[in-house]
Ligand binder design. Structure first.
Ligand SMILES: [Ca+2]
Ligand SMILES: [Ca+2]
Length: 810
C-alpha cells in the first residue's frame, strides 16, 4: 500500500469512528412514532427528553414541520426554506420570502446535515433574491450557524454577500438619528398598533422600530466579527462603528424612562420624536441582540410588562401589543394579518430568545427567573396544538384555543418562527462558541429531575448532555454530564453550567469536502420547462409537477403529490426528461412514497412493485439493469430508493405496478434523481443547459458541448444562470464563454456575479452561424469569484446570443 493511500484510509477510519461513536440513552423510535420518514430524523436531529410533556412533544413536531419547508430548489443552489407549504403571490426567487429567513437559519442550524443551512445562507448572500422585501437578521443568523458548525471557511467566504445585503438597506437609514426606518408592514406586521392609527392601517407609516434596528445592529456586529476573522480590519472597524451608532440610536430615541419600554417612533409629522402610545411585543426584541446596556438596571423593568395581565400576558402566549391599548384587538377569529393582539409565533420566538438572553447575559430580575422563563416557553408549546395534536399556523387567539390565521392548504405547519432553537439554545442552554469550546447554561428549574440532549452535532463532534438528579433515569451517577463522541468528558454532581474544551473541529478539514458534488437532476422549481415531467395518468387531486417541486410533504392536506388515483391502468408510468440532448449518467431514483391508506384518508399506498426504465439512444424504453430496492419492501410514507447499473440517458421513467388486490393506487410526494454534478469533460466547465433558465430554451445540438445549448434568450428578462460555480480560492478568474451569434452584429449580455459585481459581455458574430459551436469560439471574461458556490447570471441585452457552456480557467 502506498503511503498516501494508507494515510487516506487511516484518516477516513478515524473520521468514521469519531462521527459514529456516540451514546445511546434515548429510545429514538419511541420519539418518532407517527412521523413519516423516521430515518431522516435519526440522521438529522438532536434527541431531547424533558419532564414537560408538551414542550417535548412540540419539539419533535417542530422538526417535522421544519422538514416540510426544506426545499431542494435548483442543482448547484440546493436547499432553500419556504414559509408557506405552497407558492404565494408575493414570494420571490424560488418562492422564498426573507421575512423569517433568520428564524429558518436558527432552526436549521441544529440539523446534522449542514448543507441545509449553508445552501440557504449562500442563497441569501449570492443569489440576488429579495433581501430587502422585509426586515431581516440573516447575517446574524449565518454567524450563529457558524458557531454550531465551526466551519470557518464557509462563513468567511460569505462576508462580501452579507455586507452587500447590509448596504441594501442604506436608502432606509436616517443619519441624523443613526437608525433605519420602515413601515410596520415591511417589518412583517400588518394591522399593528403602530399602523392602525395611520391613514394606511394595513401598511402603517414609516417609523423607527426597536425590532428592525436591533436586527441591523446584530447584523453589523457579526459582519465586524467575520471581517476580523478574515483579517479585514478596515471592514471590521467600519461595522463596529456602524453597530455602535445604531445601538446608540435605539437607546437614545426608542427607550422611554417613564413608560419603561422600547417603542416604535413615527418618522413623519413627528418633529418632537414622540414615541408610540402603545407597548408592542417588538419592544422586547433588543435583549435578544444585546442592545440594552447591561450596566444600567433601568432597562430590566421592561420585563414587568411581559408578565402583566394588562400588558402582554395572556393564556396563549404574549399578545402582539399590550392589552390595555385602545388599539388592542384580542377577538379576531379567522382573519389573517392582525398584529395588534393575536399571539404570534414569529414574535414569541424572538421574545423567548430575548428572555433567555436577559437571564444568561443580564441576570435575573424581580420578574425574570428560570421559573417564569419556563412559564413563557410552556405557554408557547401549549399554544402549538390543534385538535389535541401539535400544530403551528400563522397566529393564535390570545384567549381561546384557536388558530386564527390558519388557511386550509396554505398556512399549515407555517415556517415563520423558531421553537427548537428556543428549546436547545435557550431552555437547555447550548450556547455555541466561535472557538473550540462547548458551553451549556441550562435555564431549567430546580424541580426538574432530568433532561437529555443526544446526537447533537457540534463543531463536527457528537455531543450528549444529560442531567439526572438522582441517577435513576439514565442509570448513572447523580448530576450533569457531557459526553464527547461517546466518551464522558465532564461531570458535576449538581445541575450547573458546563464548559468543555474540544479537540480541533473536524469542520475545518471536512468542510473542504463539504461541496457535495451530487445534485438532484429531477428538481424543477418552476413547474414548467425542463426537467419536464409526464405521467400516463394523473389524479385530478394531484399534479405531476408537485412530484419534482423539491417539497416533501406526506400529508393528505396540505397536498403535495402525484398519484394515479382512479386510473384504470394496472401499471402507470411517471417520466422525467432532462431536456433535449441532455444525456446524464444516473444510477438511482429516490421515490418519496405517499400513502393515505396509512392514515385512513384515501386509497393511495405502496405500489406492488416499481420498475425503472431509461430511454435508449435508439429511442426505446429499456429496463435499467440490476435494479435493487432499498428497503426491499416498500414502506408507506417513506423513501424507496431504486439503485441500478449506471446508465446514460436523457429520460427516466418509473413504472408503478399498483396493488390491484387491495385496489390501491400509487403516489409519491417527490421523486429525486441524485447524480454527480456537474457532468462535464473538463473541470471548471459548466453547461448552460444545466443552469437555471428564465425565458430561454434548451436545444439539442450536435456540435454543442454536453449535447445541448441554450437559445432564444430574447425577452427583456431572459437569462441563463450558471449555478454552483465552485472555486476553492477567492480571486479574479478568466472565464471562457462558448457561444454562437449568427447575425453580423455584435451582441451583448449583462453579467451579474453573486449579486455583487456586474459587467457587460460582448459577443462578436460567429462564422458558423446559429446553433454551431466549436472549441475556438468563445469570449474571455475576467470574473471575480468567491470561495465556494458562485452564481453567474447572463441576462439578455443587445441582439442575440446562444450560450453553450462556460469554462473557469483554474
Ligand atoms: Ca413534492
Ligand atoms: Ca452545452
Amino acid at each position: 500500500m502506498n503511503l498516501k493511500l494508507f494515510i487516506y484510509i487511516a484518516l477516513a477510519t478515524l473520521i468514521g469512528l469519531a462521527s459514529s461513536q456516540n451514546t445511546n440513552f434515548v429510545d429514538k423510535d419511541s420519539k418518532l412514532v407517527g412521523f413519516a420518514e423516521p430515518q431522516w430524523f435519526k440522521d438529522n436531529i438532536p434527541f431531547v427528553e424533558v419532564p414537560d410533556t408538551e414542550i417535548e412533544q412540540v419539539y419533535y413536531y417542530r422538526f417535522s414541520s421544519h422538514k416540510r419547508h426544506l426545499r431542494y430548489a435548483v442543482p448547484g443552489v440546493g436547499y432553500t426554506v419556504t414559509e408557506f407549504v405552497h407558492k404565494v403571490g408575493y414570494s420571490q426567487k424560488f418562492d422564498t420570502i426573507n421575512a423569517a429567513a433568520g428564524h429558518h437559519i436558527y432552526e436549521s442550524r441544529w440539523l446534522r446535515n449542514t448543507r441545509y443551512a449553508e445552501d440557504y445562507i449562500n442563497f441569501w448572500a449570492r443569489e440576488g433574491a429579495a433581501n430587502q422585501q422585509y426586515s431581516e437578521w440573516i447575517a446574524n443568523a449565518a454567524y450563529s450557524n457558524f458557531l454550531m458548525t465551526g466551519n470557518k471557511d464557509f462563513i468567511l467566504s460569505q462576508q462580501e454577500g452579507l455586507v452587500n445585503n447590509f448596504n441594501g438597506w442604506n436608502d432606509r437609514y436616517e443619519p441624523e438619528l443613526d437608525m433605519y426606518f420602515l413601515s410596520p408592514h415591511d417589518d412583517a406586521m400588518e394591522h399593528s398598533a403602530s399602523s392602525e392609527q395611520t391613514d394606511d392601517p394595513y401598511h402603517g407609516g414609516l417609523g423607527y422600530r426597536p425590532s428592525f434596528n436591533s436586527e441591523m445592529y446584530a447584523n453589523a456586529i457579526v459582519i465586524s466579527k467575520i471581517a476580523r476573522l478574515n483579517n479585514d480590519n478596515s471592514t471590521a472597524e467600519e461595522f463596529e462603528v456602524r453597530a455602535a451608532a445604531i445601538r446608540k440610536g435605539i437607546l437614545d430615541y426608542l427607550w422611554d424612562d417613564e413608560r419603561t419600554f422600547f417603542y416604535h417612533m413615527f418618522r413623519e409629522n413627528n418633529t418632537n420624536n414622540e414615541l408610540l402610545d402603545t407597548r408592542e411585543e417588538i419592544g422586547l426584541f433588543p435583549w435578544r441582540f444585546g442592545v440594552p446596556d447591561p450596566t444600567d438596571p433601568k432597562y430590566a423593568r421592561a420585563w414587568e410588562h411581559l408578565f402583566d395581565p394588562q400588558g402582554f400576558n395572556s393564556t396563549y402566549g404574549p399578545t402582539t401589543c399590550e392589552q390595555r391599548s385602545p388599539w388592542f384587538d384580542g377577538n379576531q377569529t379567522s382573519m389573517c394579518c392582525f398584529w395588534n393582539g393575536n399571539s404570534w409565533p414569529y414574535s414569541t420566538g424572538h421574545v423567548i430568545n430575548a428572555l433567555a438572553a436577559q437571564l444568561r447575559d443580564y441576570g435575573t430580575t424581580n420578574v425574570v427567573n428560570v421559573n417564569t422563563f419556563l412559564e413563557v416557553l410552556h405557554k408557547y408549546a401549549e399554544t402549538q396544538f390543534k385538535d389535541g395534536k401539535p400544530y403551528v399556523a400563522e397566529c393564535h387567539s390570545p384567549y381561546r384555543k384557536l388558530w386564527v390565521c390558519d388557511s386550509k392548504n396554505g398556512s399549515e405547519h407555517y415556517a415563520h418562527s423558531t421553537y427548537v432553537d428556543n428549546v436547545l439554545g435557550d431552555l437547555l442552554g447550548i450556547v455555541p462558541q466561535p472557538d473550540n469550546f462547548f458551553v451549556i447554561i441550562p435555564l431549567i428549574p430546580s424541580t426538574w429531575s432530568y433532561f437529555i440532549v443526544e446526537d447533537l452535532l457540534y463543531h463536527g463532534h457528537n455531543i450528549t448532555v444529560l442531567y439526572d438528579a438522582d441517577g435513576s433515569r439514565y442509570n448513572t451517577t447523580p448530576g450533569i454530564k457531557v459526553f464527547l463522541n461517546g466518551e464522558l468528558v465532564g461531570a458535576k454532581p449538581t445541575l450547573d453550567r458546563m464548559q468543555i474544551s474540544l479537540p480541533r473541529p473536524e469542520g475545518d478539514e471536512s468542510s473542504k469536502n463539504a461541496i457535495q458534488k451530487v445534485e438532484n437532476y429531477a428538481a424543477n422549481v418552476n413547474g414548467f420547462g425542463y426537467p419536464m415531467v409526464d405521467a400516463s395518468f394523473t389524479s385530478i387531486h394531484a399534479s405531476v409537477w408537485q412530484a419534482v417541486d423539491g417539497r416533501i410533504i406526506y400529508d393528505h392536506i396540505p397536498s403535495n403529490r402525484w398519484t394515479s388515483f382512479d386510473s384504470l391502468n394496472e401499471v402507470d408510468w411517471f417520466s422525467v426528461d432532462f431536456g433535449p440532448g441532455r444525456v446524464k449518467t444516473v444510477d438511482q431514483v429516490k421515490i418519496y412514497v405517499y400513502s393515505d391508506v396509512a392514515t385512513n384518508e384515501g386509497d393511495v399506498d405502496c405500489p406492488a412493485s416499481v420498475t425503472i426504465e431509461v430511454l435508449s439512444p435508439s429511442g426505446n424504453w429499456t429496463q435499467a439493469e440490476n435494479q435493487t430496492s432499498t428497503p426491499a419492501v416498500c414502506v408507506p410514507n417513506d423513501i424507496l430508493t431504486i439503485h441500478f447499473t449506471p446508465v446514460q440517458t436523457q429520460k427516466v421513467r418509473i413504472l408503478f405496478h399498483r396493488n390491484v388486490q387491495e385496489n390501491w393506487w400509487a403516489g409519491m410526494t417527490e421523486v429525486e434523481i441524485w447524480a454527480p454534478w456537474p457532468q462535464v469533460e473538463e473541470e471548471g466547465t459548466y453547461e448552460a443547459e444545466d443552469g437555471y433558465l428564465i425565458n430561454a430554451v434548451i436545444t439539442a445540438g450536435e456540435t454543442a458541448s454536453g449535447g445541448s445549448y441554450v437559445g432564444q434568450i430574447e425577452a427583456d428578462d431572459a437569462s441563463v444562470e450558471f449555478t454552483g460555480v465552485w472555486v476553492d480560492e477567492e480571486m479574479e478568474y478568466e472565464v471562457q464563454v462558448y457561444y454562437s451569434n449568427g447575425v453580423q452584429q455584435e451582441a451583448t449580455m449583462n453579467v451579474t456575479i453573486n449579486n455583487v459585481n456586474t459587467q457587460v459581455a460582448s459577443f462578436p458574430p460567429t462564422i458558423n452561424g446559429w446553433g454551431q459551436f466549436d472549441q475556438n469560439t468563445f469570449v474571455t471574461l475576467r470574473i471575480p469569484l468567491l470561495r465556494g458556490n458562485n452564481v453567474i447570471i447572463f441576462k439578455h441585452a443587445d441582439n442575440l446570443v446562444e450560450l453553450d457552456k462556460i469554462k473557469v480557467m483554474i
